[in-house]
Design a protein around this ligand. Structure first.
Ligand SMILES: [Zn+2]
Length: 449
């Protein structure tokens, strides 16, 4: 269950303020999309750690027991942040690989059901005036060059893409997805590592549908989300359903049907949920999804919001027997902010990412220079771009230590014996000793099917 009745929360699409809230049952903290500033302070947390990291790719070392993504990420050469671009992330090669792996996995999960789009960053203000964002949330939106605004969210752009399609009821439900880069004003004191930023990317999508589609769309989204969270090592999902607020658009009959469709959709996916009367958005009820990390902390990441207002406000229509109709729009995200999710992942796994996801899946260590071509053959045989060869000439034990420090889940050593036998000596994370096996019989872990 997410939060208490008194909680305030921040989701990917809404603009309400946020805070850490309490879980009713267990008292556990719930970390919302913008709550990271309330996370325990750097000094307090950092001082309790035995920090031995150096901010250097390939030469890093973070002690185990370290859960702070702000230490883990730079130490493993994934990213850094500097004041020249406060609130944005400099992704290093290994971090960019991790980022792409996550995106590829999400794309695989959406494949066949969603159509990916890309939308502009810079806009004339009029679209955001029409949508109501400038009036209500203008203080969070960056204005650039006098008369342009930087996109703070993707929703209106997706409505425009829908409108350009001249759709009929046969085309619905239409699901448009985007890894959408957004900018939002944040005070510098609120920024926190990569958990809370001014520039971030949402794994966003909007589902344009008719009322009769809502239940099934909610249900299939719940199943998708649960599967994705499990893929990344989060089997526990909490679900909160926020119901009609006092100040709202639409009749009570419409709200009755919308709320019932959400209830039925969640139940059909086999998930338990808790209801929060009065906490829905003025444009419709919403669902928020939380996951539990290895420290028992609960993070609100996913969201699904039913919107009965924005499509009509921006003039979206589809043709149906008897005339044109306004679609219902479901805003939904699984991970929320990509950057924040990566921060959660790093803290959850203490930097030891699963083999299928690790930016460096394996490091091959040729014993001598004459074994380097065999090391290259090993890399080709493994068929992954994420296999590195350490031919630095350091001692074997040094190179093994470096591979462990880089959190490579697999370390392979190749010398005369292995080269002659077409074998490898391999050590997997968690194992104390290496095993020799035929090269042909070894494979790296694949992403979950
Ligand atoms: Zn949206």
């Amino acid at each position: 269950m997410i939060g208490s009745g008194a909680r305030t929360r921040r989701s990917t699409h809404s603009w309400t303020s946020s805070a850490v809230s309490r879980n009713k049952d267990c008292g556990a903290r719930v970390y919302t999309q913008r709550n990271a500033c309330l996370f325990s302070g750097y000094g307090e947390k950092g001082s309790a750690l035995k920090r031995t990291h150096r901010n250097q790719e390939g030469g890093c070392n973070v002690t185990t027991g370290n859960h702070d993504h702000r230490l883990i990420g730079p130490a493993l050469g994934y990213f850094h942040i500097q004041d020249d671009a406060a609130g944005s992330v400099f992704w290093h090669p290994r971090g960019a690989i991790l980022y792409s792996c996550i995106q590829d996995h999400i794309r695989k999960r959406l494949s066949g059901a969603y159509r990916e789009v890309r939308s502009p960053q810079l806009y004339q203000p009029r679209m955001w005036e029409k949508s109501g964002h400038l009036e209500h949330y203008g203080e969070n939106i960056y204005r650039v060059d006098g008369d342009h605004v930087l996109k703070p969210m993707n929703c209106p752009a997706h409505v425009e893409i829908f409108k350009a399609g001249n759709h009929s009821h046969h085309d619905l439900p239409l699901r448009l997805s985007e890894f959408g880069c957004c900018h939002r004003k944040e005070p510098s004191g609120a920024l926190h590592g990569i958990m809370r930023l001014r520039q971030f990317v949402q794994d966003d999508a909007h589902i344009f549908c008719a009322e009769e589609h809502v239940e099934e769309e909610v249900s299939s989204f719940c199943r998708l989300l649960r599967r994705v969270y499990a893929d990344f090592g989060f089997p526990d999902v909490d679900v909160g359903l926020s119901l009609r607020p006092d100040d709202r658009a639409g009749s009570d009959e419409i709200w009755d049907r919308a709320e019932d469709a959400l209830r039925s959709g969640i139940s059909a996916a086999g998930l338990a949920y808790e209801e929060y009367p009065g906490e829905g958005a003025f444009y419709g009820p919403k669902i928020e999804f939380g996951l539990k990390d290895s420290l028992g902390r609960r993070w609100q990441c996913g969201t699904l919001q039913l919107d009965m207002v924005l499509p009509g406000r921006l003039g979206a229509r589809y043709s149906a027997p008897g005339g044109h109709r306004v679609p219902i729009m479901l805003h939904r995200a699984i991970l929320g902010s990509m950057e924040r999710f990566i921060g959660i992942l790093l803290e959850h796994h203490e930097g030891d990412l699963p083999e299928w996801l690790a930016p460096v899946q394996a490091i091959v260590i040729p014993v001598e220079e004459r074994h380097e071509s065999y090391a290259s053959r090993i890399r080709s045989s493994l068929g992954s771009e994420r296999v590195e060869i350490d031919a630095s000439g350091r001692s074997i034990s040094d190179r093994i230590k470096r591979a462990i420090a880089a959190r490579s889940p697999v370390i392979i050593v190749a010398g005369d014996r292995e080269m002659e036998a077409e074998s490898i000596s391999v050590r997997r994370r968690g194992s104390r000793r290496s095993l020799e096996m035929p090269l042909a019989s070894f494979s790296l872990e694949c992403p979950p099917e």
